[in-house]
Design a protein around this ligand. Structure first.
Ligand SMILES: [Zn+2]
Length: 411
């Protein structure tokens, strides 16, 4: 159906542009180089004949493929992000293309690294396929340039095949997803879709509409510093108070002890001296009530410690980060059902599971655009072992086309 060579060429052209985002920058996009790919996409959308092609002052790119049917059809959208994570460099990506993969080790030739199916078992699913890897010195940027490739290829395909009937299709490309700001300046009203999908999942079949509720907490402990030789009954060592706090949290409710729907407290940073210690936590839970209870538990611990030390020894600041999109998607479950149906019609087994993280779609869902997440095909994101089978990119492209087709079919 799709021309694989064309898909490959498109993907390689996108990953050749460095678009690393930067959490420390206050601007949107956070880095100027993201404009390079944003402008390229903008031009390509114009060249392929899309309507209402826009790029705004924050580099968000949007376009419309008008409906080609007479009856009323919901408007749907497809979204992906063009930035790459600051965790690993995406500059000068030198991809390796392994055709007809034999199931063995893949040396990443610019380094000593080996992409081995003994360790990365998912590779075994792709024997006989075309695997695109890094050379070991960069990430691959399949996250999320695979998603961009899929959306661009799908709308091009629909333009070239007017016999496929579809409603209006919106396309949106965003900066800064990797630093948690992809949805922040997304103009939902201008986008104008009834619902959308992010093409930003991993393996073939993934379909996600549940994610964590998320908050961050900074707990600050104030000690009392006195000369150690004369400290008896006077010194309060903030690090010991902090360690009491750590010890009081449930030991097994941490990322390394939880899976599926289990929530956690994650201490990801601490710095301390006698006078002052800071603990940085993230709090995650799929269940809204449990999520609230976790925050309550932290507040209670703080007030208990303050009582025990008879002073303002501990202070805490908690900020909500994002919420479980399930609440916004469940009332419109048909948007998940149609994606599931599209996969099944293409012979793909849907893998519906809760995300242990968040997506741009969770924020967009709360901004009024229900937005589940669909696989984009890549594996081992954010590092040199990242890879994507070309066939998976093609499959995701076919899913987009099929959803467009199904949504336009009268019941
Ligand atoms: Zn991504």
């Amino acid at each position: 159906m799709m021309n694989k060579e064309e898909v490959l060429e498109r993907f390689l052209s996108y990953i050749s542009i460095d678009t690393e985002s930067d959490a420390s920058s206050p601007t949107t996009p956070s880095t100027d180089k993201q404009w390079d790919l944003a402008r390229k996409l903008h031009q390509e959308l114009i060249d392929m004949g899309m309507s209402d092609v826009t790029i705004d002052e924050h580099a968000y790119v949007m376009a419309t493929l008008p409906s080609n049917v007479d009856h009323e059809v919901p408007t749907i959208g497809f979204i992906s992000h063009f930035d790459t994570t600051p965790d690993y460099t995406g500059k000068n990506i030198k991809p390796q293309i392994i055709e007809n993969y034999d199931g063995g080790d893949i040396p990443l030739k610019g380094s000593d690294l080996i992409l081995s199916p003994d360790y990365f078992e998912s590779l075994k699913n792709y024997i006989g396929q075309t695997i695109i890897t890094t050379d070991g010195t960069t990430l691959l940027a399949a996250d999320d340039k695979a998603g961009i490739t899929e959306i661009m290829t799908a709308v091009k395909y629909l333009i070239d095949h007017p016999e496929i009937k579809h409603g209006a299709i919106k396309v949106g490309f965003t900066p800064d997803e990797e630093i948690g700001r992809g949805a922040h300046k997304f103009d939902v009203e201008k986008f104008g879709a009834d619902w959308a999908y992010t093409m930003d999942g991993s393996q073939v079949g993934e379909l996600e509409y549940e994610n964590f509720n998320a908050a961050g907490a900074v707990v600050t402990f104030h000690g009392k510093i006195v000369h150690p030789g004369y400290a008896k009954g006077k010194m309060i060592n903030s690090m010991y108070v902090a360690s009491e706090f750590i010890e009081s949290l449930p030991k097994l409710e941490t990322p390394e002890h939880t899976e599926d729907y289990q929530g956690f407290f994650h201490l990801h940073n601490m710095k301390g001296s006698v006078e002052k210690t800071e603990l940085h936590y993230i709090i995650r839970d799929h269940d809204k009530e449990h999520f609230e209870a976790r925050k309550e538990m932290l507040l209670k611990l703080v007030s208990d410690l303050n009582e025990q030390y008879d002073r303002e020894a501990v202070s805490i600041e908690i900020n909500d980060q994002y919420y479980n999109m399930r609440e916004k998607v469940e009332p419109v479950m048909h948007i998940v059902d149609v994606a599931e149906k599209a996969m099944k019609e293409l012979g793909i087994t849907p893998l519906i599971k809760p995300i242990r993280g968040g997506t741009d779609g969770s924020q967009l869902s709360y901004m009024g655009l229900p937005c589940p997440n669909i696989f984009a095909g890549g594996h081992n994101f954010h590092g040199p072992y990242e890879y994507v089978p070309l066939e998976s990119i093609v499959k995701a492209t076919e899913v987009i086309v099929k959803i467009a087709e199904l949504v336009a079919q009268p019941e």
